[in-house]
Design a protein around this ligand. Structure first.
Ligand code: FE
Ligand code: FE
Length: 186
């Protein structure tokens, strides 16, 4: 997956979701519904605004893949978390981008410390886990805990795994436009 330029402004991010987020990718819900459910769960749990934004946009890397002509999941790991974080860094600060960057490692962390979690992951999440390196082990666990945003990333990951419910009613994307603008870094 190529890097591509960072986002220029919030309008570009909004347009990207408008055009590509109806796609299902490899989950049962669309990217749009998935992001909206994660953001609603973050809100429900009283997360700070920056983390709500991170929850909403955490899989933007998948949308970039689609924008650039990708056709959904491919066998190799696309590193959508890095790609998404680098893209969002054009607009948002690390309180948004770093939980996004760590959300895959947070899954690898959680299945290492809570193996029973594997039973609750979606089939797509289980199959990508192997491509992403499987559960963290040994020093990888400490390295992850040493990340500044690791707790936010773990919280985001729990919403991520819960935010795949079919036909759940949640606030629409437009409701977050002002929040996104308010979190743009100076
Ligand atoms: Fe993801
Ligand atoms: Fe996700």
């Amino acid at each position: 997956m190529t890097g591509g330029p960072p986002a220029r402004d919030v309008d570009e991010v909004l347009a990207l979701y408008d055009e590509f987020a109806g796609h299902r990718y490899d989950e049962t819900v669309s990217q749009l519904d998935h992001g909206l459910q994660c953001a609603a769960l973050a809100r429900r749990d009283g997360a700070p605004d920056a983390l709500v934004v991170a929850a909403l946009l955490h899989d933007v890397g998948h949308l970039l893949h689609l924008r650039d002509g990708g056709r959904g999941p491919v066998p190799e790991d696309l590193h959508h978390e890095d790609r998404g974080a680098d893209y969002l860094a054009g607009v948002f600060g690390p309180e948004v981008t770093e939980p996004v960057r760590l959300h895959v490692r947070a899954k690898r962390y959680l299945v290492a410390v809570e193996p029973e979690l594997l039973d609750r992951l979606s089939p797509a999440s289980v199959s990508s886990l192997e491509r992403q390196g499987g559960p963290l082990r040994g020093s990888e666990l400490d390295d992850f805990r040493a990340e500044r945003a690791h707790a936010d990333a773990v919280a985001l990951r729990r919403w991520d795994d819960a935010g795949k419910v079919e036909d759940l009613t949640v606030p629409p994307f437009e409701d977050y436009a002002d929040l996104l603008r308010s979190r743009v870094r100076p």
